[in-house]
Design a protein around this ligand. Sequence first.
Ligand SMILES: C[S@@+](CC[C@H](N)C(=O)[O-])C[C@H]1O[C@@H](n2cnc3c(N)ncnc32)[C@H](O)[C@@H]1O
Ligand SMILES: [Zn+2]
Length: 274
Amino acid sequence: MSYQCPLCHQPLCRQETSWVCINRHQFDRAREGYVNLLPVQHKRSKQPGDSAEMMQARRQFLNEGHYQPLQHGVCRLLAEVIDSDTTPQRVLDIGCGEGYYTGAVVQALSANANARVYGLDVSREAIRSAAKRYPDVAFCVASSQRLPFMDSSVSAALRIYAPCNPDELARVMRPGGYLLTVTPGPRHLLQFKALIYQEAKLHDAAPESLPGWSLCKEESLAYPLSLSSDSAATLLQMTPFAWRARPEVWGRIATVERFACETDFILRLWQLQP
Ligand SMILES: C[S@@+](CC[C@H](N)C(=O)[O-])C[C@H]1O[C@@H](n2cnc3c(N)ncnc32)[C@H](O)[C@@H]1O
Ligand SMILES: [Zn+2]
């Protein structure tokens, strides 16, 4: 028992094909194994989060392995902080998308019988395809503005390029629990920016302010990519600058032999002060 009813905040108990709270609010388990804990009245739009096209673009690009070094770095840092003692260890991937990192975290923690990995995203399309591909992860559709977990029930959380309500994060995290964030470093995809903006500015890499958390570790991970024109277009589609790219930019990418660009990630490990 770890999910919380999004309507009355009581614990949800697992039944054969659904999750139910003491007030009989019921959430069915989908065929793919995930549970939708986003009530209609909490939705800001009809189809919140990434669309099916964005999700498919991300899956295609990630499948090609370009971000595998990041996947390894995330798994290594999380495995270092998850104890293999006898208490349940819940690891939550917030805004997990189609589950590329979530699925790898399950594998990295597979020797730890007490670890359970959860993936949460507001996009039903993303969660549906994540659940199909990674059956060992407990996936739910929910908003990171209202996390459907009981207080102090999560041991570690992962947040890769995804928004989250900091008060909610602190509420669900056990004291001393860890948060791993991944954000763009100064030169991340600078070559795309140079195509789109007159003046390509470096990302501001200052750590965000997370009151109540202490920063334990910070690592930079940067490496070059040499992309085919198809992969470059897919990557551009995944980024927030896609909607700013004029047709000439897409045209230029479509005709390059190879597109060289830099990745630059910052991985930060935070601990919730007890
Ligand atoms: C840039 S993607 C990153 C996905 C994944 N972490 C990755 O790196 O592959 C951001 C994700 O956050 C999700 N998202 C956006 N707003 C959200 C919210 N309020 N609650 C939960 N997920 C949200 C989107 O649907 C999308 O899957
Ligand atoms: Zn309820």
